[in-house]
Design a protein around this ligand. Structure first.
Ligand SMILES: [Zn+2]
Length: 540
């Protein structure tokens, strides 16, 4: 047995039974914690071969768990065209022109992060500018929120989208006065028409990019993620796990479209091992705020006829949620608008009632089954109460609150005052789990914690905090980033706190995060990251 003794630290365990400790012993073979307590108590757990690591009084927390990330997309974001800083359609086209000059004709040019809210006029771009920039390459560029795809004529041709193409279900093809597609495709029903004809990623490049991204996560103190992607990511992560180079614990949340396959093999949430598990399925209930495709109970401000888009018919949502729950598969539902949250909760309530009625005649049960709403940016007060009553987890990304503040005020009007209401949720007893939604926003936990506790972005501190009464106290924010996220994954018995028997995953910070002023949060740094007792990043 190889034992690591971490001594002389200021440990916040997140375990209510013993919140503070000085030292911990971790068995590196099993990755589990053997002892937590004073230096003397913990030293007794070691033998003469034990490795002693002096924490020099530094602060130790359970490792951060990002409950909502898209790892492959994040990895490719740094590789593909990044139009995030472009101030006009022409500037994006110029980036495409430069990329086309270095890319063999006929190959796809991909990228994203464009945001028309930054452009003069704030109009959707068209295929014409991309056609001029790259006449011989199919081009597809995602909007910043990932719900709109901007393509050129060659891409439309490859996808066989023409004037006479019927409108797809659960999406929209924008058209000019003659019915010709303008090059803007909204929501999955439409974007998938192009997405499915894009050549698959080169596996060698994907692996290289993902490994680099995992190292970045580790350098930020992240020891676990809930990875929301498909079989391509799942295959690669299995390979990395198999070779013993994953070093970040992953739970995989797969698209709802894969539910029939999961049913066919009878797998349940929690299947896997400490490095890689099946988490559940993801259902899109609606679109986004920025593209005004969030499903709203009342129309968008100044546009009362637009109540957004339900990304799945309500009946199909009900059937999917009920089927997944019966199989013991956790359900994560993307819900931005208040109508999306309502429809999602209707489905969850029904599924819970059906399971209760079925009693012991129902399918095999699992304690790992979780119901979660992703984002929950706007929700009616009575539905918040329903979340609490049904035990639905709010999986939230507090950086959205500070990044979207102007959009929320513009498109929701007075309703914005009860948007991103994390403090209200927490006080009502709704379990919170924090995450990033990278690549949409940063995955840096200290920047996210700053946004959570200060309701501001570290890069726009000249602005006043936004709805500061919804800021979470740091202790609650840390809970939601560790034990709360573990609970959202049905893994609170093995992760999320530094407790004997749990996995030895921790982050060592330069300063005491619960004592230094919140404004200093971003200057605090990650000194080291420990996974299963092994230091995977940094040194103390
Ligand atoms: Zn997301």
């Amino acid at each position: 047995m190889s034992i690591s003794l971490y001594v002389n630290g200021a440990i916040y365990t997140m375990d209510a039974a013993r919140p503070r400790a000085q030292a911990m012993a971790i068995d590196s073979a099993s990755g589990r914690i053997l002892a937590v307590g004073s230096d003397d108590e913990v030293r007794r757990a070691g033998d003469r071969h034990a490795q002693v690591i002096d924490l020099r009084g530094r602060t130790v927390l359970p490792g951060f768990i990002d409950a909502h990330i898209h790892l492959l997309m994040e990895a490719y974001r740094s590789h593909n065209i990044n139009a995030g800083q472009c101030a006009s359609e022409d500037e994006v086209a110029e980036l495409v022109r430069q990329r086309a000059a270095q890319t063999p004709a006929g190959q796809w040019i991909l990228g994203g992060q464009w945001y028309k809210g930054l452009w003069p006029g704030q109009q959707f771009p068209t295929r014409a500018s991309l056609d001029a920039a790259a006449p011989q390459h199919p081009v597809a560029l995602w909007s910043k929120d990932g719900h709109v795809l901007w393509v050129n004529s060659l891409a439309l041709q490859r996808a066989n989208i023409r004037a006479d193409t019927p409108e797809p279900p659960n999406g929209a093809i924008l058209r000019d006065g003659d019915g010709n597609p303008t090059g803007i495709l909204q929501e999955q029903g439409a974007t998938s028409l192009v997405y499915r004809v894009i050549d698959r990623h080169d596996p060698t490049l994907t692996r290289h990019l993902v490994e680099g991204k995992l190292r970045e996560l580790q350098s930020k103190g992240i020891t676990g993620i809930h990875e929301i992607e498909d079989n391509e990511a799942f295959r690669l992560l299995q390979q990395l796990r198999d070779e013993g180079v994953l070093h970040t614990r992953v739970q995989m949340i797969l698209p709802r479209q894969m539910l029939p396959q999961l049913r066919a093999i009878g797998v349940q949430s929690g299947f896997g091992d400490d490095m890689l598990r099946l988490g559940g399925i993801k259902i899109f209930a609606d679109g986004t705020l920025g593209s005004q495709t969030a499903a709203m109970l009342d129309g968008f401000e100044g546009n009362p006829d637009n109540r957004g888009i339900l990304a799945i018919p309500e009946q199909q949502m009900r059937e999917t949620v009920s089927a997944a729950a019966e199989m013991g598969i956790s359900i994560a539902i993307h819900a931005i608008g208040d109508r999306a949250a309502r429809v999602a909760l209707n489905s969850i309530e029904l599924a819970q009632r059906q399971l209760a009625t079925a009693g012991s005649h129902g399918q095999a049960r699992t304690s790992k089954l979780r119901y979660r709403l992703e984002h929950v940016q706007l929700i009616a007060p009575e539905d918040l109460q329903r979340m609490q009553r049904l035990g639905v987890i709010a999986s939230v990304q507090p950086f959205h609150a500070v990044a979207d503040r102007d959009l929320a005020e513009r498109y929701w009007g007075q309703r914005h005052r009860r948007a991103y209401a994390y403090r209200t949720m927490q006080q009502m007893g709704i379990p919170l789990a924090l995450g990033s939604d990278a690549p949409v926003e940063t995955f840096d936990p200290l920047r996210i914690l700053y946004a959570t506790t200060m309701r501001n972005d570290t890069e726009t501190t000249q602005r006043p905090p936004w709805l500061p009464n919804q800021a979470l106290p740091i202790s609650q924010a840390l809970w939601a980033y560790t034990l709360g996220a573990a609970y959202a994954g049905g893994e609170e018995e093995s992760k999320g706190s530094l407790t004997v028997g749990k996995l030895g995953d921790a982050v060592v910070l330069r300063e005491d995060i619960l004592k230094v002023p919140l404004e200093k949060m971003p200057e605090n740094g990650v000194q080291a990251t420990i996974v299963g007792g092994n230091m995977v990043y940094g040194e103390v």
